[in-house]
Design a protein around this ligand. Structure first.
Ligand code: MG
Ligand code: ZN
Length: 219
């Protein structure tokens, strides 16, 4: 008898990439700048997002897709801003997939939104493997994590267009060597710019905002 082997993984990824392309096209059509925030749990993705949204103020309407395994904790934190938010619960899944973003976009007023932020599930591994059609990837690291994270999770840093090193205000040189961190980042992705910042104090949030536009060649 013939044995049929189904390459489930490949098929799933191919289907995911097809939907991701659709999403990119859609965002282009609506002239939306899009950013996918990724990083470990506790790196400060939501806090950075709060600062960015408040930094953009009324000038540009931001839209947010919040990805979490369960709950609406992060969305609740963003409720104080007058921005459209969609919460996606993956129901145990440790990353977002393109079909989830597609559904999320259906719930957002795309004709009004200028900037779309996706906050991925807190995880440095598989979010890097699933394209979402979101054009720019941002990895949020923090000084409370190991400075060897880029060496341990190279793919995440390879696919990113910007690295935010958060919690610079509480940097402890005994436990976090910023030179070491930088050299690991540059080893995996020589072009990746690192911006040290503090979502808590607001330090360098303005630099990040400038960089977000630069990533789209907007000065
Ligand atoms: Mg969060
Ligand atoms: Zn996953």
């Amino acid at each position: 008898m013939n044995i049929k082997v189904l390459q489930i993984n490949e098929n799933i990824l191919a289907e995911n990439d097809r939907i991701a392309k659709e999403i990119t096209e859609k965002l282009k059509k609506y002239n939306i700048l899009s950013f996918n925030l990724m990083g470990s749990p506790g790196a400060g993705k939501t806090k950075i997002l709060e600062q960015l949204i408040s930094g953009f103020g009324n000038k540009f309407l931001c839209g947010v897709i919040e990805g979490d395994v369960a709950g609406t904790f992060d969305s609740q934190r963003l409720k104080k801003f007058d921005v459209p938010i969609v919460q996606i619960n993956t129901g145990g899944g440790c990353h977002l997939e393109a079909f989830m973003i597609k559904k999320g976009l259906d719930q957002l007023p795309l004709e009004k939104i200028k900037i779309l932020f996706v906050e991925n599930v807190g995880n440095l591994i598989c979010p890097a493997e699933f394209q979402l059609g979101i054009e720019k990837n941002i990895v949020v690291s923090s000084t409370t994590e190991g400075d060897d994270k880029p060496a341990k999770n190279p793919l995440m840093f390879k696919i990113s267009h910007l690295c935010i090193l958060n919690k610079i205000d509480i940097l402890d040189p005994e436990t976090f060597d910023i030179k070491r961190f930088t050299s690991y980042v540059k080893e995996t992705n020589p072009y990746l710019e690192i911006i040290s910042a503090s979502a808590k104090t607001g330090k360098n949030i303005d630099k990040i905002i400038t960089k977000l536009f630069e990533l789209y060649n907007i000065k």
